[in-house]
Design a protein around this ligand. Structure first.
Ligand code: HPA
Length: 271
C-alpha cells in the first residue's frame, strides 16, 4: 500500500535525524547553494531511503538535507526527480508525500526556467503566481487515499497568497528585484519548439520549465502551503537568439543563486 510505503520512508528518515522539519525546500538546477546555509545538518542520500526513487542529472546532488535555517527546521531536497528521466508522476512527487508525513506544513519550490514574457531577462527571479499543466498527466491519478487528501483537490491558490506577500516584503527590504508570472510545465527533455512557445504564450504562460508543477499539485492536495520561485536562465525558443544548452542554464542559475539564497533565508527568518 502506498500509504504504508510513505510511512516506512518517513520512519527511516526519523531514525536518521534529530530534526523535526516544518518547512520543505526543493532546489532546482544550479540552485543547490542554499544547502550550504543550513546548519547542524543531517544528510541522507536518496539511495539509502527505502521507497525513494534515485535520480542522476548533472547539477542535482540526490540527497535530503535536514537542519536549521533562519531559526526554523527545514528538510531540503538537493536534487529532484523529473518526469523526463522516466519516473512516474507518483515517483516525481514521492518526497512531498514523505515530507507531509514528517510534519512539513510549508514548501518552497525553486527552479530554472525559460522566459516567454519578453519583459523578463536571464538572471531575473520570478515569484510563481500560478501554473499551467500542459502535460495533462497528474500525480494524483489513481485510487485516492483520503488519509492524504481529497479526491478532487482545489487549486485556486496553488501558490499561497500569504507567502507571496511575505516574500515580496522581504525582497523589498533586501533590495532584491523580482517579477511575477505563470509557470507552464513542459515534459522535456528536449527544449520546446518556437511554435510551442507561441502556443504557451497564447495560453497565458510567462515562463516554461520541466519541473515544480507536480510537486505543487501534490503539496496542495496534502494541505501544504507552497511558495514558488523561478530563476530565469534563458529566453524561450523563438525569443532567444541562441540555441539552448544545459550548461548555460546551470551557469545562469549559479550566478543568480546567491540572490535567491539570501531571499529564501530571509523569508524563513521572517516566517
Ligand atoms: N525550457 C524548459 N525548461 C527550461 C528552460 C527552457 O527554456 N530553461 C531552463 N529550464
Amino acid at each position: 500500500m502506498f500509504y504504508e510505503k510513505v510511512q516506512n520512508s518517513a520512519e527511516f528518515i526519523k531514525s536518521r535525524t534529530k530534526h523535526n522539519p516544518t518547512i520543505g525546500i526543493i532546489l532546482g538546477s544550479g540552485l543547490g547553494a542554499l544547502v550550504d546555509l543550513i546548519e547542524d545538518k543531517d544528510i541522507i542520500p536518496y539511495k539509502e531511503i527505502p521507497g525513494f526513487p534515485v535520480g542522476s542529472l548533472a547539477g542535482h546532488a540526490g540527497e535530503l538535507v535536514l537542519g536549521k535555517l533562519g531559526g526554523q527546521t527545514v528538510i531540503c531536497m538537493s536534487g529532484r526527480f523529473h518526469y523526463y528521466e522516466g519516473f512516474t508522476m507518483k515517483e516525481v512527487t514521492y518526497p512531498v508525500f514523505v515530507m507531509k508525513m514528517l510534519g512539513v506544513e510549508n514548501l518552497i519550490v525553486t527552479n530554472a526556467c525559460g522566459a516567454i514574457n519578453k519583459e523578463f531577462k536571464p538572471g531575473d527571479l520570478m515569484i510563481i503566481t500560478d501554473y499551467i499543466n500542459i502535460l495533462g498527466v497528474n500525480p494524483l491519478i489513481g485510487p485516492n487515499d483520503e488519509r492524504f487528501g481529497p479526491r478532487f483537490p482545489d487549486m485556486s491558490e496553488a501558490y499561497s497568497k500569504e507567502l507571496i506577500a511575505k516574500a515580496e516584503t522581504v525582497a523589498d527590504n533586501l533590495g532584491i528585484d523580482y517579477k511575477h508570472g505563470v509557470y507552464a510545465l513542459f515534459n522535456g527533455p528536449c527544449y520546446e519548439t518556437a511554435a510551442e512557445i507561441r502556443a504557451f504564450a497564447a495560453m497565458g504562460a510567462d515562463t516554461v520549465g520541466m519541473s515544480t508543477v507536480p510537486e505543487t499539485t501534490v503539496a496542495n492536495y496534502l494541505g501544504i502551503k507552497v511558495f514558488g520561485l523561478s530563476c530565469i536562465t534563458n529566453m524561450a525558443t523563438g525569443i532567444a537568439t541562441v540555441k539552448h544548452s544545459h550548461e548555460e542554464v546551470l551557469k545562469t542559475a549559479n550566478e543568480a543563486s546567491e540572490k535567491l539564497c539570501r531571499w529564501v533565508k530571509e523569508l524563513i527568518i521572517n516566517w
